[in-house]
Ligand binder design. Sequence first.
Ligand code: PBG
Length: 338
Amino acid sequence: MSPPPLAPYPALRLRRLRQADWIRRLVRETVLTPADLIWSMVVHEGEGEVPVASMPGVSRLSVKDCARAAVEARRLGIPAIAIFPHIDGARKDAEGSLAADPGGVIPRAVKAMKDAAPEVGIMCDVALDPFTTHGHDGLIRSGRIANDATIERLVAQGLMQAQAGADILAPSDMMDGRIGALRGALESAGHPDVMIMSYAAKYASAFYGPYRDAIGSGKLGSGPEDNPADKKTYQMDPANTEEALREVGLDIAEGADMVMVKPGLPYLDIVRRVVEAYRVPTFAFQVSGEYAMIKAAGANGWLDEDRAILESLSAFKRAGAAGVITYFAPQAARMLGA
Ligand code: PBG
């Protein structure tokens, strides 16, 4: 049904509904709450906190500190935490062998967080890049990313994470067919309740720069073989929209419970189209580069950091996102008065 025609000015003065805070609050169309946030967090193998230079306010946390942060998330009303590992470079290899290690820092952090705050959902990235010397999300065979060989490793990694108590598995690798393989494996291994949030439309973006610093990612284009210098053969071309809808459709068909668009703000049009096309819970990842930009401009006094954070997070809600994965989660939740 189309709305009735607008009355002409002066009968219609749109500013009437903006004249005071109470009426602005009353007619507000979308509301941001701590329940919209997934806290993006980095865990490392050592003790204490290690600040990430390119992400002021973000530190790599020890397993113990992750458990404390989970308690803090619960207090702040943040429903879930997405956990990413920093692995010592000397322990990586070309095959990402440690990715499925049940004694690794991710399963230890998951257990510690679930013990400390079982009410907080824990989401794990399924991808090999924190564990590979070359920094790619996939295995390399003859200088190319090998899709199907990678899937086998991802399934092993995902099952290990589920075993450790992860509530949501979030494959961020962009291999074809990994959602179906993972869903099937979870069902057969007795983990029917473990959820999958697929990084369905993940773009080959410049905005991941600080993250690769945060997790100490291997340098692309380096390593024992002739390794690709970028991720463009598996992550999407930033120019494409129709392809994003195909990616999302495929992942839903294969068993994804929720989907994600990544990066965030530069891709709000994709969020909107995915929500309209599929009506499944759709999340956006406000990535490390987006975080760094707001922090840098805020530190220089070029913009009001707190307002920019809340405005950017609200924009995701307005676009139709069910929630946002963000490094700002605790800061934003505090501002939202939790
Ligand atoms: C890789 C992965 C990346 C991020 C999450 N998982 C980086 C990449 O694809 O190179 C980026 C997160 C961020 O920038 O905050 N599996």
